[in-house]
Design a protein around this ligand. Structure first.
Ligand SMILES: Nc1ncnc2c1ncn2[C@@H]1O[C@H](COP(=O)(O)OP(=O)(O)OP(=O)(O)O)[C@@H](O)[C@H]1O
Ligand SMILES: [Mg+2]
Length: 209
């Protein structure tokens, strides 16, 4: 028998639109494979960590558009840029807008209810360090993440600067290690993709050292 899900889920008022798949993307095959393996477990909770500019957001977008993920979650994939939110209420309001909920004072409960009655859903919270780094909002952010991860049908993927995972969440094992710089060959490919055509490999290597 099919489970009946809330009709308010991802209504036509939803502002949700997925960001594009990265057109230039090299050298992260091992990480993509690792993440896909984590997705084969029940209720994956995954943190992509690493220093600023290391490629966390790009990796999350590559996963978002991977055919296995697209097939599993279809339209129930949400990519939320957290860098415009300074606290949990603002974040809940952005997620609520993506889900097509009516705006309100604090959408935390409505978001949780909506996701709990939805079909299997992937929620990507990108650059969540904007809420986790400041001491004032860390605790409420961790509590919100913990409530989200109480929803068994929800797959949660966060990206966050640094090497520490938020506590109060059972992150799926084996943990993905913080991203390291791209291997040299992948960095060369990336450079050649974005630079004009007049560069020798010697020049490219000079830039990359
Ligand atoms: N695997 C890759 N191949 C080619 N280019 C990449 C790759 N990963 C990232 N880039 C490029 O590097 C830049 C930084 O990537 P991205 O925004 O994903 O990093 P980030 O770790 O999310 O950064 P931040 O810490 O600022 O959030 C972008 O211009 C992106 O296109
Ligand atoms: Mg990022």
């Amino acid at each position: 028998m099919h489970k009946v899900y809330s009709s308010s889920y991802a209504s036509s008022n939803s502002i949700s639109m997925l960001p594009a798949e990265p057109k230039i993307f090299h050298g992260r095959d091992a990480e993509v494979t690792h993440i896909l393996q984590l997705f084969r477990q029940e209720s994956p909770r995954i943190a992509i960590l690493g220093a600023g500019g290391m490629g966390k957001t790009s990796l999350s977008k590559a996963v978002l558009h991977h055919h296995e993920i697209a097939t599993k979650y279809h339209a129930n994939r949400f990519f939320i840029a957290c860098d415009g939110s300074i606290n949990k209420v603002e974040l809940a309001s952005v997620i609520g807008a993506h889900l097509g909920l009516k705006p309100g004072k604090d959408l935390t409960k409505a978001v949780l209810r909506n996701l709990a009655s939805a079909p299997p859903t992937l929620l990507i919270l990108d650059n969540i360090e904007t809420l986790w780094d400041p001491v004032e909002s860390r605790k409420e952010t961790e509590e919100f993440l913990s409530l989200l991860t109480d929803i068994p049908t929800l797959a949660l993927l966060i990206t966050m600067r640094g090497a520490e995972r938020p506590s109060k969440v059972q992150w799926t094992r084996p943990f993905l290690l913080p991203l390291q710089p791209l291997p040299r060959e992948a960095a060369q490919k990336m450079f050649l993709d974005i630079a004009d055509d007049n560069h020798s490999m010697e020049e490219v290597n000079q830039v990359l050292t």
